[in-house]
Structure formats: structure tokens, C-alpha cells
Design a binder for this molecule. Sequence first.
Ligand SMILES: Nc1ncnc2c1ncn2[C@@H]1O[C@H](COP(=O)(O)OP(=O)(O)O)[C@@H](O)[C@H]1O
Ligand SMILES: [Mg+2]
Length: 223
Amino acid sequence: MTTRVILDSVDLSVTRGELVAIMGPSGAGKSTLLNIISGITTPDSGHVFVAQTYLRGTTATERAALRRSSFGTVHQRGNLIEALTMEENVALPLELNGERPRRACQQARLLLTDQGLGDVCELFPHQVSGGQRQLAAVLAALSSHRDIILADEPTGALDSAAGDEVMRLIRAHIDAGATGLFVTHDARDAAWADRVIYLKDGTITSDTGTSMSTATLLGGETR
Ligand SMILES: Nc1ncnc2c1ncn2[C@@H]1O[C@H](COP(=O)(O)OP(=O)(O)O)[C@@H](O)[C@H]1O
Ligand SMILES: [Mg+2]
């Protein structure tokens, strides 16, 4: 078996109220970085301190519990459960938070209706458009007010207007006191972030939080 280094010497600290955009070419390690932060992937070396916890000392069950209590995540393709209706999908994190199912569904319906998705509440994910799925996945991630939001290309399936709306929702959640990281290929999305990190071949080649200017980053400077 051959060994490949996917991420190397990544040093990153993100504080409450901060929204960080992660950019970089395909295969750079962006999704892997998010998976390490949420404890889905365990790095071979180094430390991850997140939600007041050093992940190295935890069991897989503890990490799953931490994800449930502290993380809202959006996967690249909109992580909805196919067997649940759109409304039930958005309600699920609320129920995991201890909300009663009936109330959770009412809240989910309001959130969906606010976003113009009132008509699809009772449909299943395969019956709606990719954009509607992705928007619902973002609403599900944000609905239960988790402390940490991780979003992997949350605007990928959306046109500019819908993408802006998703970024506005994420930004509002962070401004309310959460911490967020999202992956994007779009400079328009990155403009919503406080800070842009550029990953290439598994290392951070620039970080507007430390030195380089956003303009340099968005121009694709990788050195
Ligand atoms: N589970 C895995 N096993 C082995 N290699 C993987 C795995 N996941 C990702 N990789 C590899 O790690 C590298 C970074 O992948 P990824 O983090 O998905 O990149 P990005 O999200 O920036 O496109 C890629 O070369 C990919 O093939
Ligand atoms: Mg990826």
C-alpha cells in the first residue's frame, strides 16, 4: 500500500463570530480539512481543538455526539435523507436538539416557507430541484443554532441570487455568535467571509487572516 500525504502542516485557528472561506483547486484537501475539523477523519498527527474538546482523546461515539450537539454541516450535494420529506429533513436537527416532533415540523415549515419552499414541504428530496435540495440542506444545518457551521460548496447547485441568499443566511448565523468555515470556488461567496484561506496540495498557501490581501487571493495567487 502506498502512502500519500493529503494535508501537511496545516495550522488554523478560527474564533467565534468568524466566517472563513476555504478556496483552492480540486483535490487540494478542502473537504478533508472540514472532515478533520468535524472529527469524521482523524489526522495521523497534530491536534484538533474544537468545541472545547481535544479530538485526539475522544472515541468515535463521543465525536458523533459532539457533531450532533455542536455542528451544523452542509455536504457538497445537500445531505438530505431520501426517506424523509423536505420538512422532516429540516425538522430532524431540531428534534435531535430535543424539540417535540410536531413543533420541530412547524418550525421547519416556517423556515422553508420563508425561503419560498412552502410548496415542497411534503415532497421527498428526489422530487425537487438540486437548488431546492441545497437550500433545504442549508436550512437544516442552520435550523438548530449549532455553534459551528461547516459547509462544503453550499452554493454549488445555485444561481447567483440563490447563492447570495444562502451566504446571507450563513453570515447571519455566524453574526449571531457561531463559527463557520465553508468551501467555495466563487469569489462572490468568499466576499461574505471575514477571511479567505487558500489551500493547495494540502497546505495553506495564503490566509488573509495573517498577511495576504483578499485581492491577491481571489486572483488565484498560489506561489
Ligand atoms: N477517503 C479517502 N481516501 C484516500 N484518499 C482520499 C480520501 N478522501 C480524499 N482523498 C484524496 O485526498 C485529496 C484531497 O481530497 P479532498 O479533500 O476531497 O479535496 P478537495 O475537497 O479540495 O477537492 C484528493 O487527492 C483525494 O483523492
Ligand atoms: Mg471537496
